[in-house]
Each structure stands twice: as structure tokens, then as C-alpha cells.
Design a protein around this ligand. Structure first.
Ligand SMILES: C[S@@+](CC[C@H](N)C(=O)[O-])C[C@H]1O[C@@H](n2cnc3c(N)ncnc32)[C@H](O)[C@@H]1O
Length: 238
């Protein structure tokens, strides 16, 4: 076992560290296919930074970038500030604005945040990202679509139950465009969202004024959420 741990590098990294790094590697690979990289960013916002697991990695991989992070939960923001002292972390509301100037960042990254937002809130956030992005900047966002639900059915059916979808095949035939259910009784704004690729292509550019740079269903394999789709928007010069 010790030999296995050493050969695999497990002695120096926990399983969850390795999971997070592998996830970023998958995301970076997909970004690169569209000519984008996390590591080209100089002013980076981790929107919905949660426990700081990714902010911590970005801080290490992007030592010269100015790092911002925000979340609706103040205890998570405090935790991030402790974990990444050089970061600029702040609490935001359920809906915009962010405490950032117009055109102040060149990348907004939101991993598994649009997987939870109500439709109206997510539209407001898309517009807000366009406001805080510099021209030529990117919004890199993950979503849950049908691929995710199919994987959940197979690998984590308990999680799929929370979506209150009785018959997944029938659900996918209906092609509901933006599906949202409340997940936690105490949190009326936090739920589980399923956004189809059609909805994204038909609406996101229209409401945000940004352009679609890349879209990849199941860009990241993930447990227990099945997988996450990746959308790259660019703020053009218009
Ligand atoms: C599934 S977690 C993902 C956290 C982090 N991005 C990660 O990958 O570890 C979703 C996060 O989004 C945050 N969140 C939910 N609604 C938000 C909003 N309107 N603005 C900012 N953060 C929000 C939650 O508090 C939570 O930390």
C-alpha cells in the first residue's frame, strides 16, 4: 500500500486535492480548444467560491493574477479569506450587483453555481458579468444539462431523486428549457437547475450581450453530480 501511495503520489496529495486538480485540468483542456486559458487571466473572479478549494489552486497556479472571490454565504467567504490571504473575497447578494467596477476583471469563473440559480437570477448574473468584464474578457460557467442527468441515473440515482424528475426519458422528450426545483427548505433561492443547450444558445447571448466562444456538454466528469457542461462567453467590442 505504501509503495502504491508513493508511486501514485498519494502520499503528498489527498484524494480530494487530486480530484480538484484533475477537474481543473479537464476544464483547462476544454478552454484551450477554444483558444482560452485560465492562466492568461490577470484579474480573475471566482464567483460562488464556496469552500475555496478552487480559489486555493488558482492562487498557486496564477501567482501574478489579482484574485477576487465572492459568495452569498459569509462563512464561506471568511473561510476563503483565511485559506487564500492574498485574495480579495467579498459577500454578494442573491442577485446583483457585485462590489466591482465596470470592466474590472478579465475572467469570471463560476463552477457549479449556475447549476443552482433560479432562471430570473441567472439572467441578472449574466448581465452583471458582462458589466464587470473588460472587453475581450471571458465568462466561464458550468451548467447541468441532460448528459448530467443521464450519468446521475446510472452512477448516483440518490442525487437524481432530488431533481423530482419521475421519468427521465419522458423529461428529456418534453425538452423543458430551464428546469428548477428548490433543493433545501430553508433556502428558497437555492435549488437544482437543468439548462438545455438550446436554452443557452437561444437566450444567453441575447440577454447578456456577450458572444458564445465555446460550449461543451459533459466537459467535466464529476461525482456525484454526474458531469458539468461548460459554456465560454466572450465580451466583444460591441
Ligand atoms: C456547488 S457550490 C460550488 C462552490 C465552488 N464553486 C466549488 O466548485 O467548489 C455552489 C456555491 O455557489 C454559491 N452561490 C449560490 N448562489 C449564489 C449567488 N447568487 N451568488 C454567489 N454565490 C452563490 C453557494 O453559496 C455555493 O458556495
Amino acid at each position: 500500500m505504501e509503495l502504491f501511495r508513493n508511486i501514485c503520489g498519494l502520499a503528498t496529495k489527498t484524494i480530494s486535492d487530486r480530484y480538484d486538480i484533475s477537474m481543473l485540468q479537464q476544464l483547462e483542456k476544454v478552454l484551450n480548444r477554444s483558444g482560452v486559458s485560465f492562466f492568461g487571466s490577470r484579474e480573475f473572479l471566482d464567483f460562488g467560491c464556496g469552500t475555496g478549494r478552487l480559489a486555493q489552486l488558482f492562487s498557486g497556479y496564477m501567482p501574478d493574477a489579482k484574485l477576487y472571490g465572492c459568495d452569498v454565504k459569509s462563512y464561506l467567504v471568511k473561510r476563503c479569506a483565511r485559506l487564500v490571504p492574498r485574495g480579495n473575497f467579498f459577500v454578494n447578494g442573491v442577485v446583483p450587483p457585485l462590489d466591482l467596477e465596470d470592466g474590472s476583471v478579465d475572467m469570471v469563473f463560476a463552477y457549479s453555481v449556475f447549476t443552482h440559480l433560479k432562471e430570473d437570477a441567472h439572467i441578472q448574473w449574466l448581465r452583471e458579468f458582462s458589466r464587470v468584464l473588460k472587453k475581450g474578457g471571458y465568462a466561464v460557467l458550468t451548467t447541468h444539462g441532460y448528459e448530467c442527468l443521464k450519468r446521475m441515473r446510472k452512477f448516483s440515482p440518490e442525487k437524481l431523486k432530488k431533481y423530482q424528475i419521475e421519468d427521465l426519458d419522458n423529461f428529456m422528450v418534453r425538452k423543458e428549457q430551464y428546469y428548477w426545483v428548490q433543493n433545501l427548505r430553508k433556502e428558497p433561492d437555492y435549488g437544482l437547475a437543468v439548462i438545455t443547450d438550446k436554452y443557452i444558445r437561444d437566450n444567453w447571448m441575447k440577454v447578456s450581450g456577450m458572444e458564445l466562444k465555446g460550449y461543451e456538454p459533459a466537459a467535466v466528469e464529476a461525482y456525484p453530480e454526474g458531469c458539468q457542461d461548460l459554456v465560454i462567453l466572450i465580451k466583444g467590442n460591441g
